[in-house]
Each structure stands twice: as C-alpha cells, then as structure tokens.
Design a protein around this ligand. Structure first.
Ligand SMILES: [Zn+2]
Length: 258
C-alpha cells in the first residue's frame, strides 16, 4: 500500500478529482538493477540491500559475512548482492552469522537459504517464538541473549540490544558503532508514514517509546527494514536519553510531507 508506485499518483476519481498526491521523490530510494535489487555501501564494510519494499543489512568481515535479516521478498537476491560486494572486495562471501531482527516471516523467512552451519542469533524471545512457529524457513537461533550481545567476527563488531518489547516482544536494536548505523525494524519508516495498523505492532506504548530509544543511539544512518531508502540519524541536539521528556525533533532527511 505504502509502496504504491509513483506512476499511479494523481489517479483521478469518477468526478475527475485527483485521488492522491504523488509520492515525494525524497521518499523513494535508489533505482533497482535488472535483477530487482539495490545493494549499496552504508559506510566502510557495512552494506544494505533492498528490493524497494524490504531491507537487509550486512557486514563484510575478514572471515565472512554477518547478515541481518533475510526477507523472502528479496530472497536469493541477497546472495547475489553479497556476491557483488565480496567479489569486488576479495573478501569471503560466505554468510557465517545471521542476526534475526525479530521473528516475523516477512523479514527472516529466507533464513533457510543460509543452511545449517550459519550461526543464527536473536533475542531469547525470538528463539521461543520460532520454536513455537516450527517453520522450516525460519530455524530458531541457537545463540540468544537477554539484554545485550556483542557480535565480533573477522575484525568487525555489531552491538545487539533488547530494550524491552516494542513492535514484537523480540525486536532488537542492531548497532554498528564503527559505521554509525542503527538497524531497527518496523518502527521508523524514513520518508513515509508508518504502515497500516502500525505494521501490526503488538505493544503500542512501547512501540512509541522505541522511537526515543532509537534517538538515544549515536549515529547517522538508520536502517528501518522497509521501503527503498535509509534514514538519517538525529542531529546531536535532538539526541537524548530514552528517559528524557519528549522533545520536538525529526529525522534529518525525512520529508514531512510524506
Ligand atoms: Zn515485523
């Protein structure tokens, strides 16, 4: 719905009135290649992949690739995107670690593509939810954590954190401090209003609070998990503690007309 193509904008109704305004160009991401994906460098060895509706992030290390999320919508294009990057850099392209942002199938339903050897990592509740789901496409992570986990691989690091439930009970914050990037899925949709029904989020007060938690992270890039573009981090004056009172702010680069 939010991904309605710009070409359909200004469709006229029976009275000849415009149905809706065009999607602002700032909300759209980079063009996709012939295979239907875009892979781009966020910073350093950190990359993102999108099909214009879903996003994944990966870290290229000396020993392989750490992937965050595996949407079935992107599917095998994840493998192509990783190969594009690692073939050019000469670094190993095998995915050694797969981080689950949360248990929803639309974000990790292609987890099975990475086989049995990949080290799957998620919050403890992620394992519980996936064991209950018993979905062969979404094997439960064997490595779990309660509040924080530092993932070190091949000279690179991701800081994983759980700050309580928000979109789902297991949704985590994936921070790449060296590359000033935070991935938080299904909470912030840079350049867009939230999905219908707040993307079926379960704990709405906590979902709202998650915006403040995200703003408390230092950084310049936000990977929101959806649509075709990234977000820009808050200015330093906007950043504050998650327990601070609400303040007026906006993500730099977000188009408030969207
Ligand atoms: Zn979700």
């Amino acid at each position: 719905m939010l991904g309605a193509p710009a070409g359909g904008a200004d469709a006229a109704d029976a009275a000849g009135l415009p149905g809706f305004k065009p999607v602002p160009p700032a909300s759209m991401g980079p063009a996709l290649n012939a295979d239907g994906y875009h892979v781009g460098r966020i910073e350093g060895n950190l990359y993102w992949v999108t099909d214009a509706y879903y996003q994944a992030m990966f870290l290229s290390t000396r020993h392989g690739v750490v992937l965050v999320d595996a949407s079935p919508a992107i599917g095998t294009n994840l493998l192509r995107a990783i190969e594009d990057v690692t073939r050019a850099s000469g670094r190993p392209g095998k995915v050694t670690h797969l981080v689950h942002s949360h248990a929803h199938a639309d974000h990790i339903g292609a987890s099975v593509l990475f086989g049995d050897d990949v080290v799957r990592i998620g919050h403890r509740a992620n394992r519980e939810l996936l064991l209950r789901a018993d979905d062969p496409n979404r094997p439960a992570p064997k490595v779990t954590f309660d509040s924080r986990y530092t993932l070190s691989a091949g000279g690179e690091q991701l800081e994983l954190a759980h700050h309580g439930p928000n979109h789902t009970p297991d949704n985590i914050y994936v921070h790449a401090p060296a590359y000033r990037t935070l991935m938080l899925v299904d909470v912030v949709f840079p350049g867009w209003v939230p999905f219908k029904n707040l993307a079926i989020s379960q704990d709405i007060p906590a979902w709202i609070k998650a915006h403040d938690v995200a703003l408390s992270y230092p950084g310049t890039t936000l990977v929101g998990g959806h649509l075709g573009r990234l977000g820009s981090g808050p200015t330093p004056s906007c950043r504050r503690s998650p327990t601070a009172p609400p303040a007026r702010h906006r993500w730099r680069g977000t188009d408030t007309r969207a």
